[in-house]
Design a protein around this ligand. Structure first.
Ligand SMILES: [Zn+2]
Length: 412
C-alpha cells in the first residue's frame, strides 16, 4: 500500500521523494503538509508497516504549476464562445496532468472578446470559491494576458492576429483587470513600444508580472523594460524571427539579463536541446517550464480543423503541425510532464530538478505559497506519479490536501 491512509485528523502518503528517490511519508493535515520525513528500516518496524522496496513505490512531488496554457483536451480558453462550463472542465481535466495551479492564457483578440473571456474565467473562479469544499477547489492562480501589446512584426508576432495588436494601454489593462476581478497576474508584452516602460512600471505596482515576449525589441529597450520591473521572458526562443543577426539580438539580451526569469517550451519540438541546456546554465533556478498547450493538447493523434490554425495534424509523438507542412508547428500539445521528461532525457538535469522548474520555480516567481515544495507548512498541493519507460504517469493529484484526481486503479 503506497496510498493514503485517510482519517478525519489527516492522512499520510507514502512514496519516494521526487528529488532524492528516498522513501518518505508526507503527513497532510488541514490542507497543509504537516510533516515530510524519510522512512528508515526502524521506522518500518515500529509502525508495523510492511513497505515494499523503494523501487516499487510511486513518487511524490509538489503539484505542477503552469504559467501558460491556452487550452487542453479540446477545451479552448480563446474560443469566441467560451463558456463557464469549458473553464470548469479545463480545471478538472488538468488535475489528471498533475497541475495544481495554472494561469489560463488569453491571447490577442478584440477588446470585447478578450474582456468577455476574462469575465467568464473570473465568474468560474468566484463561483467555485463561494461554493468551497472539495467541489469548490480550483487551480486557477491567476490569468495570463498574452498580447495584444506585442510586436506587430511577422515572426515575433507568431500566430497572434495582427489586426488586434497595439501599443501598451494602461486604460485598457485597467478595464480588463476589472472584468477579470483583479485576477490578471501576468501580462506578456513587447518593450519595443515607447509606451512599454510606463506600462511595465504600473504592472509592478499592481502586482502583475510583466513578461517580455513576442518581441522585436532592441538591447536598450529590453534593458529599460527590466529596469522598469519586467520579471520574465515568455517562451524564450520562440515567437521570434526565423533569421536573426548573430549579435546583438533580443534572445542574447534576454538570456544575459539576470533580472529576467525565463519560461521555455521544453516539449522537444519548439527548441533544440542545446538551447534548453544554455537557458538552464544561465538562468539556473530561474528557468521555468511552461506547456503553452493549445486546445488540441491531450487529444488523440489525427487531423483537425481549428478556428485559428486551419488544418492541422497531431502526431503520435504529440507534435502539432500545419497539415501537409510538418516543418511548421501549430502550437504545443503536450502537458508539462512531457517537458520534465524531455529535460531529463536530454541529460540537461535530473528529473527532480526539471520537476522543480515546473512547480516550485514558477511558484516562487508568482509568490505562491506552494514555492516551499514538500516542506512542512506548505499547502498540500501534491502530485503522485509513476515512471513508465521514461514517461511520467500521474496517479493522484491533491489540492490543499483534497484528492482531486486518482487514476482508475489497476489493482488495489
Ligand atoms: Zn506566445
Amino acid at each position: 500500500m503506497d496510498r493514503s491512509n485517510r482519517e478525519a485528523s489527516g492522512f499520510e502518503l507514502l512514496g519516494r521523494h521526487y528529488r532524492t528517490g528516498e522513501p518518505i511519508a508526507v503527513r497532510v493535515q488541514e490542507g497543509v503538509i504537516a510533516e515530510c520525513r524519510s522512512i528508515d528500516a526502524a521506522d518500518r518496524e515500529l509502525n508495523g508497516v510492511n513497505l515494499p522496496d523503494a523501487e516499487t513505490l510511486s513518487w511524490i512531488a509538489p503539484g505542477l504549476v503552469d504559467l501558460q496554457i491556452n487550452g487542453y483536451g479540446g477545451l479552448d480558453m480563446n474560443a469566441p464562445d467560451l463558456t463557464e462550463e469549458t473553464v470548469t472542465a479545463l480545471i478538472d481535466r488538468l488535475w489528471a496532468e498533475g497541475v495544481t495551479s495554472f494561469y489560463p492564457t488569453v491571447i490577442t483578440g478584440s477588446d470585447e472578446s478578450m474582456e468577455r473571456a476574462l469575465a467568464v474565467i473570473h465568474r468560474v473562479c468566484s463561483r467555485l470559491e463561494q461554493e468551497g469544499g472539495p467541489g469548490g477547489m480550483h487551480s486557477i492562480a491567476g490569468i495570463h494576458l498574452e498580447g495584444p501589446f506585442i510586436s506587430p512584426e511577422d515572426g515575433p508576432r507568431g500566430a497572434h492576429n495582427r489586426a488586434f495588436v497595439k501599443a501598451p494601454d494602461l486604460k485598457r489593462l485597467e478595464a480588463w483587470q476589472q472584468a477579470a476581478g483583479g485576477r490578471i497576474r501576468i501580462v506578456t508584452l513587447s518593450p519595443e513600444w515607447p509606451e512599454a516602460e510606463a506600462f511595465i512600471a504600473r504592472c509592478a505596482e499592481l502586482g502583475i508580472v510583466a513578461a517580455i515576449g513576442h518581441t522585436a525589441a532592441s538591447a536598450d529597450q529590453i534593458g529599460r523594460a527590466a529596469a522598469a520591473g519586467a520579471g520574465l521572458s515568455t517562451h524564450l526562443g520562440n515567437g521570434a524571427h526565423p533569421v536573426l543577426p548573430r549579435h546583438p539580438n533580443y534572445i542574447w539580451d534576454q538570456l544575459a539579463d539576470e533580472r529576467l526569469w525565463a519560461s521555455v517550451i521544453a516539449d522537444g519540438f519548439h527548441l533544440p536541446a542545446a538551447f534548453l541546456k544554455v537557458a538552464r546554465k544561465v538562468k539556473g533556478d530561474r528557468l521555468i517550464l511552461v506547456s503553452d498547450a493549445v486546445s488540441l493538447g491531450g487529444m488523440p493523434p489525427g487531423n483537425y480543423d481549428t478556428p485559428v490554425g486551419g488544418h492541422v495534424t497531431l502526431t503520435e509523438q504529440g507534435r502539432l503541425h500545419l497539415a501537409g507542412q510538418p516543418a511548421l508547428l501549430a502550437g504545443s500539445a503536450l502537458p508539462l510532464t512531457a517537458g520534465i521528461a524531455h529535460m531529463q532525457s536530454c541529460g540537461i538535469c535530473s528529473l527532480g530538478e526539471a520537476w522543480d522548474m515546473a512547480s516550485t520555480a514558477p511558484s516562487k516567481l508568482m509568490k505562491l505559497e506552494a514555492d516551499a515544495g514538500l516542506q512542512p507548512g506548505a499547502p498540500a498541493d501534491l502530485a503522485v506519479f509513476t515512471l513508465e519507460a521514461g514517461q511520467i504517469r500521474i496517479q493522484e493529484t491533491y489540492k490543499q490536501g483534497k484528492r482531486m484526481f486518482r487514476r482508475a486503479c489497476e489493482a488495489e
